[in-house]
Design a protein around this ligand. Structure first.
Ligand SMILES: Cc1cc2nc3c(=O)[nH]c(=O)nc-3n(C[C@H](O)[C@H](O)[C@H](O)COP(=O)(O)OP(=O)(O)OC[C@H]3O[C@@H](n4cnc5c(N)ncnc54)[C@H](O)[C@@H]3O)c2cc1C
Length: 368
């Protein structure tokens, strides 16, 4: 097995994300069934419900030092309407036997250390990781099992020729019987491949310096990872070093970072002047229906993409299933059927629309 990586392992979304290892997609499970049909939808819901187990198993088996925490996630109600949405999600999850608990405002305040939420949905199947360390750890494990990994090796062309794939980079050529493209929001075009342009959502995060217990001890003392019900959503977690990490939609820069500082102060007034240690951002590849896709590229070729913000656990199981399908020449165990083509209308315009919406919301929420 050879991995060709255009930059460095973890350069894409896998090294930049929030670290929420969710047990499903951004879509509630009923919506997955409605979009895929009941049988395939429920099969995907079941696969993704078990996906955090797979992530934490891999971490344990390969001793990946990535701050794994299996304390669940809190989906936080940012407004009373958000709590209604969480009630619906809770009913749908419980109907499928998921260990979720709806929490009132007082319990949400105790768990988060902030009085600003109207309630929360706790999902015990989920957890958090340090995402870049997870990506690097998986790469180390693959290398240990014999995979060869070439960084700074962007594929610039891929052609199926004489019963095999011929991949070109600026520095060389590789022949392979099977090809799996997993470039998602960071895809650099390669001649001969026909991956769709996807609408992208920018998402940025700020991290405080590590906080001692006297200033930060009551902030997420249970170690849950969080995001809220806002359409222009906010994420929140603490890392093993005690940093508070807050994220929001947008590419970063003054408007978004100004909002993030105000939001941090709004949630935790004593952190109003907390120094920030890190600010970074990434791109999320969306699909119109928020369902990931597996695209058939040609004989022995697949591409996986479009996790729509839920790529840690879903990406882990989609990647593994796609690799197995290619090796076995049998696609029956893929989590969604492979399609011959996929297009997203007006991807560039929608990307711009997401960023503009985030800027507007962050600009006008001067008082949170
Ligand atoms: C800020 C942010 C927050 C997120 N939060 C969460 C979260 O909390 N939970 C969650 O589940 N998901 C989250 N996601 C989504 C998740 O990170 C992604 O869905 C997932 O990481 C996608 O993994 P991937 O391996 O498919 O792609 P990536 O990790 O993006 O990797 C693609 C790689 O392909 C390389 N590449 C591109 N073109 C070429 C080429 N031509 N040749 C060779 N290599 C190439 C790139 O350099 C890149 O390293 C978030 C994403 C972002 C950006």
């Amino acid at each position: 097995m050879v991995l060709l990586e255009a930059a460095q392992v973890g350069h894409g979304g896998s090294g930049r994300n929030v670290g929420l290892v969710n047990a499903g997609l951004w879509l509630p499970p009923d919506a997955v069934g409605a979009r895929l049909g009941e049988g395939p939808g429920e099969a995907l819901n079941a696969t993704l419900a078990a996906a955090p187990d797979r992530v934490f198993d891999l971490i344990a088996r390969h001793e990946i030092a990535c701050e794994p925490q299996r304390a669940g996630t809190l989906h936080l109600a940012h407004a009373p309407t958000g709590l209604r949405d969480l009630r619906r999600r809770a009913e749908q999850a419980r109907a499928r036997g998921a260990p979720v608990t709806l929490l009132g405002a007082d319990e949400a305040a105790r768990r988060t250390g902030s009085a600003r939420f109207h309630g929360a949905l706790h999902d015990a199947r989920a957890g958090t990781i340090q995402p870049l360390s997870y990506a690097r750890g998986l790469a180390r494990a693959a290398a240990g099992a014999g995979a060869r990994i070439f960084e700074d090796s962007a594929v610039v062309a891929a052609e199926y020729h004489g019963g095999q794939w011929v991949l070109r980079t600026d520095g060389g050529k590789l022949r392979a019987r099977r090809l799996l493209i997993a470039t998602n929001a960071y895809h650099r075009p390669a001649e001969g491949t026909r991956l769709p342009d996807l609408p992208l959502v920018n998402f940025f995060q700020i991290a405080t310096e590590p906080l001692g217990d006297n200033i930060g001890g009551d902030i997420l003392p249970g170690g849950e990872g969080c995001w809220d019900t806002g359409t222009v959503m906010t994420s929140l977690r603490r890392d093993a070093g005690g940093r508070v990490i807050l994220g929001g939609m947008g590419a970063g820069g003054q408007i978004h970072e100004g909002w993030a500082r105000r939001k941090l102060a709004h949630l935790f007034p004593r952190l109003a002047d907390a120094p920030l240690a890190h600010v970074w951002s990434g791109r999320i590849a969306m699909t119109g229906d928020h369902l990931p896709r597996i695209l058939r590229l040609g004989p022995g070729g697949l591409a996986v993409f479009g996790y729509s913000g839920r790529g840690i656990a879903p990406g882990t199981v989609f990647g593994e299933a796609a690799a197995r399908a290619l090796l076995a020449g049998d696609e029956t165990a893929l989590p969604v059927p492979a399609v011959e083509s996929h297009t997203e209308a007006m991807a560039a315009l929608r990307t711009l629309g997401f960023e503009m919406a985030a800027r507007m919301v962050h600009l006008v929420s001067a008082r949170l």
